[in-house]
Ligand binder design. Structure first.
Ligand SMILES: NC(=O)c1ccc[n+]([C@@H]2O[C@H](COP(=O)([O-])OP(=O)(O)OC[C@H]3O[C@@H](n4cnc5c(N)ncnc54)[C@H](OP(=O)(O)O)[C@@H]3O)[C@@H](O)[C@H]2O)c1
Length: 358
């Protein structure tokens, strides 16, 4: 068995920190490393596929917008799927060589509320990530791979799927994993929003999606989304959502746009409704005193979402297996062409998840 393996690592080779600049890809370098031997409590995983999230652009850019500073030499990416090749000596591990696994984004939050979340995520700060042929991790990072998914599909679920589970089912809106009688709004066709839309449909909600193009609207409809609003042709898209809901608004908005979408998201939420703040795709806007008015006199709840607990990951796997949900994988790049995958993520042209074969 070869003792060396390859990993993509980030080094601050360019001066720009703009995650939309193609130049940041010069920070990504393919390197060789020596295969490590697991200590007790550790597993060495042969990664078969890794998937990208928007945060991986920020990390590759060494962007100050990401809350944790990146060490040079970090392998980015939290999402991946693989099989355990070696285990450290242990008498009572629940894992064994050959098990097929994915990784949770943080290993610090097992159950309870988010106050139990400490430390950083995989592929950020100084914690090596999945854009690597091998990853040595503490067993606490491992989650069983859903049995019905390919490596590429399984690689794409952890970050976006875990967040969707938390946003939909842990905000006091659902009845367990049931959203019958509730209306949910999702934004766009990025990896994160497509999971939210798929899960909300499977849980029995009425789902309204927004998107930037009519072709992407068709994709949402194919996934079971009930109504779609084009936010480019309807700049005040919340008015369209209010029309669709007889003026009431939706129970839950899953906001990925951030600053530039938040006002519309608040307007689209019903009286007493919730906006789950998941993403920050847009640039900061001047603060608007009208927002506070909208929150107070709409009795609205704003919930920041951060990753998912181990309990939520178990729900994610069980929910996807039960409903036979397959992630939308929009592009699969070969290992040596990993930079093409980052370019596609920058262009926002590919709906769903962008995966790299490892
Ligand atoms: N809090 C967490 O734990 C967590 C977890 C995962 C992701 N996130 C965050 O969620 C955001 C989305 O992540 P992602 O990985 O899904 O990104 P992504 O796959 O790159 O999503 C890109 C898509 O977002 C949509 N979009 C962009 N600007 C928009 C706008 N102004 N209004 C509505 N939709 C817009 C576009 O879809 P259309 O062209 O169809 O409109 C675009 O194709 C990021 O900010 C990411 O950091 C947070």
């Amino acid at each position: 068995m070869p003792s060396k393996y390859q990993a993509w690592r980030v080094h601050p080779n360019v001066s720009t920190h703009d995650e939309k600049s193609i130049d940041i890809l010069e920070n990504l370098v393919l390197q060789e490393a020596e295969k490590p031997v697991p200590d007790p409590g550790q597993a060495l995983v042969r990664i078969h596929a890794a998937a990208l999230n928007f945060r991986d652009l920020l990390i590759t850019a060494f962007s100050p917008k990401y809350p944790v500073s990146t060490i040079p030499g970090l392998s980015p990416c939290s999402d991946g799927a693989g099989s355990i090749e070696a285990m450290g000596p242990s008498k009572n591990s629940r894992w064994k060589v050959g098990d097929e696994v994915i990784f949770r984004v943080t290993n610090s939050w097992d159950d309870g509320d988010v106050s139990n979340f400490k430390g950083n995520g995989l592929g950020s700060g100084d914690i090596q990530g999945t854009l690597s042929q091998y990853l040595l991790v503490d067993e606490s990072w491992l989650v069983k791979k859903p049995s019905h998914l390919t490596w590429e599909q399984a690689a794409s679920i952890a970050g976006a799927g875990g967040t969707a589970i938390q946003a939909l089912f842990h905000n006091g809106i659902s009845n367990g994993l049931d959203l019958s009688g509730k209306t949910v709004l999702t934004q766009g066709t990025g990896g994160s929003s497509i999971f939210s839309a798929q899960f909300a449909v499977a849980a029995g909600a009425r789902v309204i999606g927004t998107t930037s193009s009519d072709s992407k609207a068709e994709l949402l409809k194919d996934l079971g989304v009930h109504e779609v609003v084009n936010y480019r042709t309807h700049l005040s898209w919340a008015d369209e959502v209010l029309k669709l809901t007889d003026g009431r608004g939706v129970d839950l908005v899953i906001d990925v746009g951030g600053s530039a979408t938040f006002e519309q998201s608040l307007k689209a939420a019903r009286f007493g409704g919730t906006v789950a703040a998941v993403g920050f795709m847009t640039e900061p806007q001047p603060s608007d005193p009208g927002l506070i008015h909208a929150i107070i006199f709409g009795a609205k709840t704003i919930r920041g979402q951060m990753a998912a607990s181990l309990e939520m990951y178990h729900e994610l796997v069980e929910f996807m297996e039960r409903h036979k949900i397959e992630p939308v994988v929009g592009q699969v790049s070969e290992w040596t062409e990993a930079k093409d995958a980052f370019k596609a993520l920058m262009r926002q042209s590919v709906p769903g998840k962008i995966v790299i074969k490892v």
